[in-house]
Design a protein. Structure first.
Lengths: 242, 242
DNA sequence: TCAATTTTCTATCAGTTGATATAATTTAGT
DNA sequence: ACTAAATTATATCAACTGATAGAAAATTGA
């Protein structure tokens, strides 16, 4: 049923390499309300399916279908699969970053003081770490955290954006606080490594979810168990800085 | 150039579902030397490419090509892509498990004693943890650790085998030691969570490799920097148990 | 040497993928 | 209402995917 005509058509390569993100030719002037709506639906469906299946296995058809729009709409608004993936990353990133900003500001102003006690510094660290941990484990649709975790494992282009906007910011904050606690040089390897380990423990909660549950024989995280988890992780962090 | 004949052929579905592993019909009696050789080359190529690209993006053609054999050889020896992937996991797993076994035996005999000091218990923990960390960071071809990390992120069927054989074993060892150190109930949530966090820190070295390097501004892990990393990670673990 | 078995290769299959051309439809500004 | 731009939908495309059929070649044991 395919290739009905005997004369072989000229083989066209895709206009742009499959891997490289394409510049969407969105409107310059006014935006149509309807267009913004389907754009948004594609974003939501993309986040869900990328999180469920990972980048490769989430087909553009499945995404378009879940969004309730036709396939070319995806190309139209995001230039292609990779463009959509990147857009999803930026969408999530912007929100999380906004929620991280108040803590960041508080840290910077507080660190201006010279007379901070160890307890105060620990409390500051906790104020940064705890909401992040909570957000990873429960807050926001589950697909967000899963999307996050997938992107990290898959080393996508989206990962760079996520790291810069969130991971890097969080890491910088933690490094500044830890540097004060440990008293050493703020940019030295000691401080950096310990900061990475701490931040890593947070993301661990999501990544090693199945491992943890299996090791504990728990069916799933309910509210109380999550509380236990947070408590134990935090105690470990605090005492490792003693 | 395809579908030359006008009469449409009967559409056959694959004999077995694409997802399910197929039973390889290997020889019963004697094994041909040549066959074992290409089988081995397929395993090596599979590990490399699965590690480099992940399960989805590593095509059977690319694997066969790198192995220097023809495509059907993969089906012949492993029954399909999934079969090869599982075989790769088992191949790596068997080796790592063998290298983990001596430490495991040592732990079990040592834990039989009742008069262990905290220092002795910590030393025991280090004896288990350090080789594993070393192995993840440098030892064996890099592709092994990468294959390992990918399987975890992708939640493949291979992950179950790996977890049972290695992750689970290591976790059990660490839990036993930590239980003694903390003095609490050996199977309680406290012990389990802290064990998971510790083991997670080890695998973090591989998974968050790029993040660590970026945060530190290092180009790569050389010998000395690896030493620093091990030292800092261990100090964090030890003092978190204080 | 010769038959039986094991192993390899060529050619092709049917399905899926991301992407595009093109036309129809809707929207906004006038 | 009319036009131009924006948006959506249909029908394909070419490449790639894992897998198979079937014959050829190589290896073994007699």
């Amino acid at each position: 049923m395919r290739n009905r005509n005997a004369a072989p058509r000229k083989r066209r390569r895709p206009a742009q390499g499959a891997g490289s993100p394409r510049r969407p030719r969105r409107r310059e002037g006014g935006g149509y309300a309807r267009g913004e709506h389907t754009r948004r639906r594609l974003l939501d469906a993309g986040i869900e399916l990328f999180a469920e299946l990972g980048y490769e296995r989430a087909s553009t058809r499945a995404i378009a279908h879940r969004a309730g729009v036709s396939l070319p709409a995806l190309q139209y608004y995001f230039g292609g699969k990779e463009g959509l993936h990147r857009a999803c990353a930026e969408y999530i990133t912007a929100d999380v970053r906004a929620r991280l900003e108040p803590a960041a500001k508080r840290v910077r102003t507080t660190l201006g003081r010279d007379d901070l006690t160890r307890a105060e510094l620990l409390e500051l660290l906790r104020a940064v770490v705890e909401p992040f941990l909570e957000g990873l484990a429960t807050e926001r649709p589950e697909s967000w955290a899963l999307f996050f975790a997938r992107a990290q494992g898959e080393q996508n282009a989206a990962f760079d954006a996520i790291f810069q906007q969130i991971g890097g910011r969080l890491l910088t904050l933690v490094m500044e606080i830890i540097g004060r606690i440990l008293g050493g040089p703020a940019a030295g390897p000691e401080v950096a490594i310990r900061a990475v380990v701490i931040v890593g423990q947070l993301t661990l909660v999501r990544r090693a979810r199945s491992v943890i549950l299996r090791a504990l024989g728990w069916p799933d995280f309910d509210g109380e168990r999550l509380q236990t988890l947070k408590e134990v992780v935090w105690r470990g962090i605090a005492s490792s800085l003693g």
